[in-house]
Design a protein around this ligand. Structure first.
Ligand code: PGA
Length: 262
């Protein structure tokens, strides 16, 4: 099967794991990867979204293995009285080149607004940090037929004002009702949402951006559904929470994505 874009498999560890287990996670990932982690990272873009205190150590362990380390959030200001926040310059200083933004847990539990996510997104691009912008509808929004309207609102508030041609960013479609619930979107549901997002990119930005931007699926993505979801070439990979915590499970998902990569 030819795929238009390189598959990206991104782990989102959220507030889990221990810095003392990074080395053993790396070792186990090597052990369980088939044919080998180095072959996998030639074909796939593998990302680990780790808690802030792990970033620098994770970068030193995983960069030699061609795995990208990602933050899970940033602040848009350069510096100042923002207790508890991390700036993009701080990420630059330790060589971090990616960050997750607008995750539904940030939106819901920490009340992040579309406008704040836009500020973060634009600032990340200006600092050469690649954002993974998360969008997705809640269950009541899906049930009342508002999925596309919600996606459009989330996308337009972030993507409208920046000149995005030639910029690097990913989108993660994460239906909120699927995150951490064990309920995965079906391939058709995910395919349809990804297609909507890609058409939006084409309409509002450019054909090139629409063709090149990777759109990941997130929400209870596990081993058993990986093959099925990745059969859609609209789905360019996954943002994987729970199933990425065990290196054996994450490796088995990488192995499947590898098999499906040209
Ligand atoms: P989950 O999380 O795979 O545990 O559902 C995905 C995410 O929240 O990014």
């Amino acid at each position: 099967m030819t795929r238009p874009r390189k598959i990206c498999m991104a782990a989102n560890w959220k507030m889990n794991q221990s810095i003392h287990k990074l080395e053993s996670y790396a070792k186990d990932l090597e052990n369980f990867s088939k044919p080998s982690l180095s072959k996998i990272t030639e074909k796939l873009h593998v990302v680990l979204g780790v808690p802030a205190p792990f970033l620098e150590k994770a970068e030193s362990i995983f960069r030699p293995k061609k795995i990208s380390i990602s933050a899970q959030n940033v602040h848009w200001e350069e510096s100042g009285a923002f207790t508890g926040e991390t700036s993009l310059n701080m990420l630059n200083e330790i060589g971090i080149q990616m960050t997750i933004l607008g995750h539904s847990e940030r939106r819901t539990l920490f009340h992040e607004t579309n406008n704040e996510i836009r500020l973060k997104f634009e600032k990340a691009l200006s600092k050469n940090i690649t954002p993974i912008l998360c969008v997705g509808e809640k269950i009541e929004e899906r049930q009342t037929g508002k999925t596309f309207a919600v996606l459009e609102e989330q996308l337009s508030s972030c993507l409208s004002q920046e000149k995005l041609d030639g910029k690097n960013f990913l989108i993660a479609y994460e239906p909120v009702w699927a995150i951490g619930t064990g309920l995965t979107a079906t391939r058709d549901e995910a395919h349809e949402a990804h297609k909507f997002i890609r058409e939006y990119l084409e309409k509002k930005i450019s054909k090139t951006v629409a063709e090149e931007t990777r759109i990941l699926y997130g929400g209870s993505m596990k081993q058993d559904v990986t093959r099925e979801l990745l059969r859609s070439t609209e789905i360019d990979g996954g943002l994987i929470g729970g199933a990425s915590l065990e290196p054996e499970t994450f490796a088995s998902m990488l192995n499947i994505a590898y098999e499906l990569s040209p």
